[in-house]
Design a protein around this ligand. Structure first.
Ligand code: KIV
Length: 245
């Protein structure tokens, strides 16, 4: 599973054989330049999700419900999820949290909308946590996470993202769950992995958590190409005879 937020990237990921594309609210960071995932709106998520859907012919597309569109009001949560399914044509939604959002999860599921959970580091709660450090290192928080995972599974969620938790806990949750647990910084003994595309391609450069493997240094490659283009235009070697009419 990888994130995508636009048509062109989604098309490449789909063709490359990715199983699941997540239109994550990390779009708030990597596409819009916000410091957190909180500012992105439902309309913006629908815009990103619609663009992705136009590029995908086989992968499952899961879309994040953004902050403020499902917490505390399950009717609003259902309306938000319906908008994503209806206006973007997505396949499923993802939602952060456990027990505290269970009413919203159940109401969305009751409308026939597939729901993926998200536990551990839930970036929409950054102001509660105060930092992005690894979660559930203490027994109390780990026990709550396990309980929440069971609640999500029993409610009918089809999968759970586990973010930035000890590998031992990732293994335990994945072993206890019948539904797939997809990790990001949750160790290797879960059922699948997810990364933010811009991070794994090296488009972003400052974000370097331990769980991130960079497969490319695209930021440098793009800088090199743009620099070469600037040089060619200034020296008038572009366009050449063959590149004009
Ligand atoms: O928004 C996102 O990209 C996510 C992933 C980090 C799992 O939720």
């Amino acid at each position: 599973m990888l994130t995508a937020y636009d048509f062109s990237m989604a098309k490449i990921l789909d063709k490359a054989g990715i199983d699941v594309i997540l239109v994550g609210d990390s779009a708030s960071n990597v596409m819009a330049g916000h410091k957190t995932t909180l500012p992105i709106t439902l309309n913006e998520m629908i815009y990103h999700a619609s663009s992705v859907m136009r590029g995908v012919s086989r992968a499952l597309v899961v879309v994040d419900l953004p902050f403020g569109t499902y917490q505390g009001n399950s009717i609003e949560a259902l309306h938000s999820a319906i908008r994503i399914m209806k206006e973007a044509g997505a396949n499923a939604i993802k939602i952060e949290g456990g027990e505290e959002i269970m009413e919203s999860v159940k109401r969305i599921l009751s409308a026939g909308i597939p729901v993926m959970g998200h536990l551990g580091l839930t970036p929409q709660s950054i102001h509660k946590f105060g930092t992005y450090v690894v979660r559930a290192t203490e027994n109390d928080e780990a026990d709550k996470l396990v309980k929440d995972a069971h609640l999500l599974q029993e409610a009918g969620c089809f999968g759970i993202v586990l973010e930035k938790i000890p590998a031992k806990l990732g293994k335990r949750v994945a072993a206890e769950m019948k539904i797939p647990c997809i990790g990001i910084g949750a160790g290797s003994e879960v059922d699948g992995q997810v990364l933010v595309l811009h991070d794994m391609l090296g488009i972003t450069t400052k974000f370097s958590p331990r769980f991130l493997r960079r497969y490319h240094n695209l930021s440098e490659e793009i800088k090199g190409s743009v620099g070469a283009y600037i040089d060619d235009v200034r020296s008038q070697s572009f366009p050449s005879e063959r590149e004009q009419y």
